[in-house]
Design a protein around this ligand. Structure first.
Ligand code: AMP
Length: 223
């Protein structure tokens, strides 16, 4: 099964992606997480992407598109939930073309809707587990609250070290990411609308609900 997940930064897309991955056993591919791995590993790609990510700008398509398409191709057998890509109409068109060429189906479009101001508040409370990107932690949500160990907040799943992403604590970077997301002309909402006009099934969920209620909505519709 292949799923494309959309939702503004802070809507809980990554959290729900981790839940769906766990239940259905597909790969959870997050373009932002791939970039962060490259930055951590000091690769050439990571060095090229770093400044764009810190300022909340899109990494140029000539870097992003091949990186994501290569990752997707590796998950062809297992199936995937793709999160963070496409973020623009141009990326949507490139993805559609690549999927058709490789014979990969796009079964579902998941759209998590959330008001921009609420999404912004949520971004700041997210924490990143050093061991596993699929261990969501958030200081304001009981269901995924980090735990305390020796006076430090650590990952609730594996007790790994937590950090806050620099671009999640920078209001300018958050605003830029949301400007890109809510842009219906060439931005991410244009990509959402592009895929809504295909044969893929649409799963629309209200991101203001509790984490469990949202995942139940998603599971009900995934069947
Ligand atoms: P995210 O983890 O999805 O919030 O992504 C973090 C950052 O990675 C974004 O603000 C962009 O700088 C970069 N990025 C992630 N996905 C893409 C994409 N599809 N196109 C361009 N840049 C991206």
């Amino acid at each position: 099964m292949n799923i494309l997940a959309f939702g503004p930064n802070g809507s809980g897309k990554g959290t729900q992606g981790a839940i769906v991955k766990e239940k259905y056993g597909m790969d959870h591919i997050e373009s932002g997480a791939i970039f962060r791995e490259h930055i951590k590993g000091g690769t050439k790609l990571g060095m090229k992407a770093k400044a764009f990510i810190e300022s909340g700008d899109l990494v140029p398509d000539e870097i992003t598109i091949p990186m994501v398409l290569e990752t997707l191709a590796k998950s062809k057998e297992k199936g995937w939930l793709l999160d963070g890509f496409p973020r623009s109409l141009a990326q949507a068109e490139a993805l559609d073309k690549a999927l058709k060429e490789s014979g990969m189906a796009l079964d579902y479009i998941l759209e998590i809707t959330l008001d921009r101001e609420i999404a912004k508040e949520r971004i700041m409370g997210r924490r990143l587990c050093a061991n596993d990107n699929n261990h969501p932690n958030h200081i304001a949500f009981d269901a995924i609250k980090p735990v305390e160990k020796d006076g430090e907040l650590v990952c609730r799943v594996c007790a790994g070290e937590l950090s806050a992403r620099a671009d999640d604590q920078d209001e300018g970077a958050i605003n830029k990411r949301h400007d890109i997301y809510y842009d219906e002309t060439t931005g991410t909402m244009a990509a959402v609308n592009y895929f809504k006009n295909t044969d893929s099934k649409i799963i629309a969920v209200d991101g203001s609900k509790a984490i469990k209620a949202i995942s139940e909505d998603i599971m009900d519709q995934l069947g």
